[in-house]
Design a binder for this molecule. Structure first.
Ligand code: HEM
Length: 141
């Protein structure tokens, strides 16, 4: 397998995994009955900064390089970019969730429900699924 595509796969596996895990971790950090809330919030911040964001940048960078190298112009690629934009918005949403839970912990207030984490997790899964389907089925080629 060509190195560029291998790098694309490796990076997107890391990014997708982190996007699915981060909302669950933030939700767990909001569990008032747990003594690990601060540790989980710290872990979520580290995972976001050290792992998820670099993986997202490499996935998008290698994807762009593949597209420029092979000169692919197809409807599925345009739709895939829309789905990737959705994943990027979920990524930014995870950052927002981390800031929100940290603020709640600093002020020692209970977090305002987990529905935002659940919604972010579900939307991430939907956009990841759509991206994978578009690139693997290549509809309209
Ligand atoms: C800006 C972001 C991205 C761009 C520009 C991009 C572009 C590309 C291009 C041009 C290919 C080669 C397609 C081919 O050779 O037929 C490719 C392959 C692939 N991409 Fe991406 N990609 C991006 C992000 C992603 C993401 C986030 C995912 C997964 C969630 C993903 C999943 C895949 C898969 C599974 C393949 C292999 C398809 C195959 O070999 O048939 N890509 N990508």
């Amino acid at each position: 397998m060509p190195l560029l595509k291998l790098l694309h796969f490796a990076a997107l596996l890391c990014w997708c995994g982190a996007l699915l895990y981060l909302p669950a971790l933030v939700a767990a950090a909001g569990d008032e009955n747990s003594q690990y809330r601060v540790d989980r919030a710290w872990m979520a911040r580290q995972l976001f900064i050290v792992f998820a964001t670099p993986a997202a940048l490499v996935a998008i960078g290698t994807g762009t390089a593949l597209f420029l190298r092979d000169g692919i112009v197809a409807p599925w690629l345009v739709l895939k970019l829309v789905a990737v934009a959705g994943m990027t918005i979920c990524h930014i949403g995870c950052g927002g969730l981390i800031l929100r839970i940290e603020r709640h912990l600093e002020l020692d207030q209970p977090p305002a429900g987990i529905w935002l984490s659940v919604t972010t997790g579900i939307l991430s899964a939907v956009f990841i699924g759509a991206t994978l389907w578009l690139v693997l089925a290549k509809p309209g080629v």
